[in-house]
Design a protein around this ligand. Structure first.
Ligand SMILES: [Zn+2]
Length: 141
């Protein structure tokens, strides 16, 4: 079991994976076309529009291909420290989500790199949030 008492900031979207560091995303698998939609509570299939009645919820390691990104130099909301990097990430075939990317600098990023979703521990708040990091990044220990 994950070795943290922290709770997912968005429990319908992701949970801590077995390794205690990365995140698993929740998708729903369409019974009509087999495609994955996100989040799992979408009202209809992203791909074919099926109503997803009795569709199966599945979890997959969070991450995907970076499509494009922008560095934000202005705090958009209180508590968010600039600069931050926001990107569009293809987390499954035909499914693109915007996410916050944690990278030392933008130099390691370019469209096409693979990203991995990891937990950003916020002990003071008792939660963990989702951040994307380059999948080949070395983890400081
Ligand atoms: Zn479908």
């Amino acid at each position: 079991m994950p070795k943290t008492s922290l709770k997912s900031l968005q429990p319908t979207l992701y949970q801590l994976a077995e390794d205690g560091r990365t995140l698993d995303f929740f998708f729903v698998q369409c019974p009509a076309c087999g495609g994955l939609s996100f989040p799992a509570n979408v009202p209809g299939c992203t791909h074919c529009g099926d109503a997803l009645v009795d569709a199966q919820k599945v979890s997959r390691p969070g991450g995907g291909e970076l499509l494009e990104y922008v560095t934000l130099h202005v705090p958009l909301v209180p508590g968010v420290v600039a600069p931050r990097i926001a990107g569009d990430i293809r987390i499954a075939d035909g499914v693109v989500e915007e996410g916050m990317i944690a990278a030392e600098d933008g130099a390691a990023l370019s469209p096409g790199v693979m990203l991995q979703a990891v937990a950003e521990m916020r002990d003071a708040e008792g939660v963990y949030a989702c951040r994307f990091v380059p999948a080949n990044a070395k983890v400081a220990s």
